[in-house]
Structures are given as C-alpha cells and as structure tokens.
Design a protein around this ligand. Sequence first.
Ligand SMILES: [Zn+2]
Ligand SMILES: [Zn+2]
Length: 343
Amino acid sequence: MRAARFDGTSLTVQDVPVPVPGPSEVLVKVEACGICLSDVHLLDGTLPLLLPAVTPGHEAAGTIERVGAEVPVWAPGDRVVMAGGRVCGRCRTCVRGRFEECEAFEIMGFAFDGAWAQYVAVPYTGLASVPDGIPIEQAAVLADAVSTPYAALTDRAGLKPGESVGLWGIGGLGVHAVQVARLVGAAPILAFDPLESARERALALGADVALDPTDGDVVERVRELTGGRMLDVAVDLVGSNRVLAQAASCLGRFGRCVMVGLSLDPVELGPGLFFGLQSQSLLGHLGYSKRHLDELVDLVRLGRLDVSGSVSALMPLEEVATGVEQLTSKTGNPVRLVVQPWA
Ligand SMILES: [Zn+2]
Ligand SMILES: [Zn+2]
C-alpha cells in the first residue's frame, strides 16, 4: 500500500506492507484523513518522534476491510470514523478497567502508525459508525478538529448554558469551538483572531462578537461585552503564552482558562494573588475520549451540528507534503485540509 512516512528528516510517500490487524483490531481502508497542526509540529521537530519512522495522521475515516478474530461487532464494508489513539491496556488504570483514565494513552500517528496511508489497523473499541448520510471526509474531521474543542469546552471546562466564553484562535479547532459553544448555549461567545477572514468565519458560525486581540484594550472590551462579569471560560486554541495570558486576564470570578493549543512556552500569568482571589483555574487539555466521538457523530446525524464547511480542500496522498506547507503558511486560511489515500 501507499503510505506517507516520516523518519525525522523527510516525509515521503512510499510502498509499505499493509498492516496486519491484531485479534481485537480492525483493518480500515482509509478514505479521508485530516492534516492537523500537531502533524506539522511532529514534522518541524516541536513534538518528538517516538519511533525510528512513523506514518502520521490521526483524524481519519473509511471503510472496514477486515476484522481480527476476536472482534465481536464490526464487519467488512462498515463505514467508520476512528478515535485518534488507543489505550495502553497495561497501566494501573487500564488493568482496573478504567480505560478513559489510561495513564499512557498512545496517539495514532505518533506512538503507532497512523492514517496518511491506504490502510490502518486500529482497536475495534476506537471505532464509531458513520451513517450513509454523512460524507466520509466530514466524519474524519470529527476525530480531532471537532472532538478536541468539544471535549475541552463541554468536559474539561464544564461550559454551561448562559456562561460567557472567549475563544482565542479561530483556526481549524477554533471554528468548531465556536459551534460547540453555540450548541451548549453559552452566551455571549467572544471570538478573538488577528485575521479578518477568521473573525468573519467566527461570526458566521455563531460568535456574538469577533475581536482583533491586538487592537486596543481587550480586557476593557470584554468587561463591556459581558456587562462587567467577565468570562466564565477562556480558551487558548493557539498555544502561546502571550495568548494564554490575555485569555486568563479576561476571566471573572471562578473563571476557567483552558489550554488547547500546545507550545513549549513557560506559563506566566501575572500575579498569582489575583488568580487566587478570584478562585480561577488553569486547565491543560489534550484530545478527547471515545464517547465524545460517538456523541459528535450523533449530533451531526441528528442535524444539531453542521461540519459541511469544515473541509477546505481534498488532496491525494501524494500531495500531503504540499498540504502540510499550506497549513503551516495558512495559505487560503484553511479549516481542514483532508488527504484521500485512494484518490
Ligand atoms: Zn490533531
Ligand atoms: Zn493505560
């Protein structure tokens, strides 16, 4: 099969053996796989290469080709979207059956071969069924670009109806954070991005106000827009301490600041006294649980969530490196670029 391989130096599409699924794994014919900023970070060295070489790609959907001997439910031909990782099965919490709390969660495309390939082998417990009405490339983007902000807002931050929320960075994850905030019933929803096209997109998807975070006194603007109560939830979807500090400075009493964007910046948020006086929280966040993916497929199927605008372009696997460049340079300000390994 064809697969894009990264060896720490270069990303090349090559012929490799089709993976053999284990007894409780499923071999999926990959029909769509997104390009994520964390893939970019793997390729540029910000994130470590965990194997001598790896097939990236952790946002994928396709059709089941073959199931392992101990897989009780799935069958060849089933359309599925797959969770972008697997539990280790060996750590303290896994052996107690609390898989959602796995202490050594393995991310697809980092700890094991991912889906910038024609086939991928994944545990059957990581699959969610995709109804015929959902295009496969839309199903793919659920498995990170939508599920990560969904888990961050609904679960990690515990965002509730009527709460005020600020979202910094309206890119591939941020646009979906706006939609999720709207779905939850948060109000007002304030979106922050220096790019005008990103602010327009935020407004079109349900933000009440979209602001340029480099323009004027942002804290004062948030105070006006929230009637003085400031933000209940502030989310850094960019991954930089400058953004995080601005987001945290807009929090109100009991406000929660969530770090969704990743960076190596040291965290500095000003005098700790104010954080304590206001009983505020700073929350790290990674990814999502399998149940979030199941919930999102249902929300799309039931017409509560529309991700039809989330696939900015489709490209064959052979052009994945070009896609990575486009995402890095934000050419055309894409939401998600999606690779089609069989195109
Ligand atoms: Zn990702
Ligand atoms: Zn584990």
